[in-house]
Design a protein around this ligand. Structure first.
Ligand code: AMP
Ligand code: MG
Length: 487
């Protein structure tokens, strides 16, 4: 397909087909002195953007919001959401959608600027973002993608040449974010709370057309939509659990309909396995701790289902029954995804009745002996059972016997098992101390080499190179780590 505009831009603006309550046309606020500090060449080329794009001065101006790419009609999206359980009106307060790029494969992806100035939905905020958090989002979202976890992507970061004020004065930055869409549970909540039924129907139809086109053929398309979203989220959260990813702020406005991870604010990866792990400074009740991610996803999906009730059936009681039946599937679905992935992490190709207990027993021992999550699975993969208290415990020794017996039950060679475990257990995750090191060098010393190296090593987490083995080293001691929202 020929791209419509120069340098590979191929933008459409289908979001504007929605009723006007869903958005406000808004231009980015220009910044003083934009400087490109990070550009994702591989992603750019998969989007059909020209290789030379980055060499043009225009590119930096576009990534900064000082200039619009051809075909862009910029807007801010309206949405609502439950934040830590409390319902409020939100919307893009510091984000502007430039349009949807149609990729060479014919996919439609949102191109957004984050930190691009105030909008109608900014409330008290300045519409801006700081360099550290934008690089953090870039790094972690790209690492998640490499870990095979659905996520928004990061195309570029520019510094603005302007200071922003949080607790201290910080350098401002803008991130160009790419997503299969930014439709959220919160977008539906907004429609249900502030729109007419026809607005809600328009949103549901748009969502189906964009993400689940086959659903139009279902006997009951809106129920099928609900079931699809439940399935995508069950699969997504299971994938988070496999790598110890803690999102940190699973508010309904931060849960996409597409099933991509979004909003890299206070997220972080767990070192020592502990279901109660929480990093976010404001999550004092542990609402979004590691072990709560599946039930919170279920809770959020229940809020989603509630918004769909008027579309599910004219008879409210029957609509509720349909929604409840679909939601009741979540625990079973999640567990099926979880067990499937855990089997792969442990080299199991087949399904046997005791598998669930076998996985749980390992996690329990890991918790008791404070084992590092990533390194335990790496040690099992490479059969290097040393250096961790866990491996000398009776519980583990017993477990290991059971596991060995279990592996012998399948007609697979040791090599088969090794290969499956290698591609299911990452050699490297963006550990908190590594992320901090990389950000500090970039923000404090304008040295991007640490970030570049880390990004390169994170780009193939299942390669298990010699260099990556270095990353198994833990910070000494594993210091308590805190992350922050609203940065
Ligand atoms: P978050 O916690 O990042 O999901 O953001 C929650 C809400 O606050 C969203 O509506 C954001 O658009 C908005 N928001 C966050 N930071 C800012 C900011 N600096 N200026 C304006 N709005 C913001
Ligand atoms: Mg958000």
């Amino acid at each position: 397909m020929e791209n419509k505009y120069e340098l590979g831009w191929n933008l459409e603006n289908s979001y504007m087909e929605l009723p006007p309550i869903f958005y406000t046309k808004t231009r980015p606020t220009p910044v003083q002195e934009p400087k490109l500090v990070r550009f994702n060449k591989v992603l750019a080329s998969s989007l059909g953007l020209d290789e030379d794009l980055v060499k043009t001065e225009d590119a930096t101006q576009i990534f900064a919001g000082n200039k619009l790419p051809e075909g862009s009609i910029p807007l801010a999206q309206a949405y609502a959401g439950h934040q830590f359980g409390g319902f409020t009106m939100l919307g893009d307060g510091r984000v502007i959608l430039l349009g949807e790029q149609i990729t060479p494969k014919g996919e439609r992806v949102d191109i957004q600027l984050k930190g691009s100035g105030r909008t109608k939905y900014s409330r008290g905020g300045d519409g801006r973002a700081a360099l550290g958090p934008m690089l953090r989002e870039y790094l972690i979202s790209e690492a998640m993608h490499a870990l095979d976890i659905p996520t928004t992507r990061s195309l570029a970061v520019v510094t603005t040449g302007e200071a922003i004020f949080r607790e201290t004065k910080l350098p401002g930055a803008i991130l160009m974010r790419v997503a299969s869409s930014h439709l959220r549970v919160g977008t539906f909540q907004y429609a249900a709370a502030w729109g007419e039924v026809e607005d809600l129907r328009a949103l549901a139809d748009y969502t189906i057309k964009r993400h689940f086109p086959k659903v139009t053929q279902a006997e009951h398309p809106y129920l099928a939509l609900l079931k699809k979203v439940i399935r995508r989220q069950a699969s997504l959260v299971a994938k988070w659990q496999f790598v110890g990813f803690i999102h940190g702020v699973m508010n309904t406005d931060n849960m996409t309909i597409s099933g991509e991870t979004i909003d890299y604010g206070p997220c972080a990866f767990m070192n020592t396995f502990d279901s109660n792990t929480v990093f976010s400074s404001i999550d004092t009740g542990g609402r979004y701790k590691y072990g709560n991610q599946p039930p919170i996803a279920h809770w959020n999906l229940t809020r989603f289902a509630e918004t769909l009730l008027p579309l599910l059936d004219e008879d409210e009681k029957h609509a509720i029954k349909l929604a409840e039946d679909a939601l009741d599937e979540f625990p079973r679905l999640f567990n099926a995804f979880w067990l499937d992935g855990m089997r792969r992490k442990l080299g199991m190709f087949t399904e046997e009745p005791g598998d669930q207990e076998l996985c749980q027993d390992l996690l329990q021992a890991m918790g008791k002996y404070e084992a590092d999550f990533t390194n335990t699975f790496l040690a099992l993969t490479f059969n290097r059972l040393e250096g961790m208290t866990l491996f000398h415990s009776e519980e583990f020794k017993n477990w290991h016997k059971q596991w060995t017996k279990r592996l012998e039950q399948q007609e697979k060679t040791e090599d088969d098992v090794f290969e499956l475990m290698k591609k299911s257990n990452p050699a490297i995750i963006p550990r908190n101390h590594l992320v901090e090191e990389a950000l500090e060098a970039a923000v404090e010393s304008d040295d991007y080499s640490v970030l570049e190296n880390l990004l390169a090593d994170l780009s193939e987490p299942f390669a298990h190179t010699k260099k990556q083995a270095e990353y198994a080293k833990l910070p000494v001691p594993t210091t308590p780590y805190q992350t922050f929202c609203g940065t």
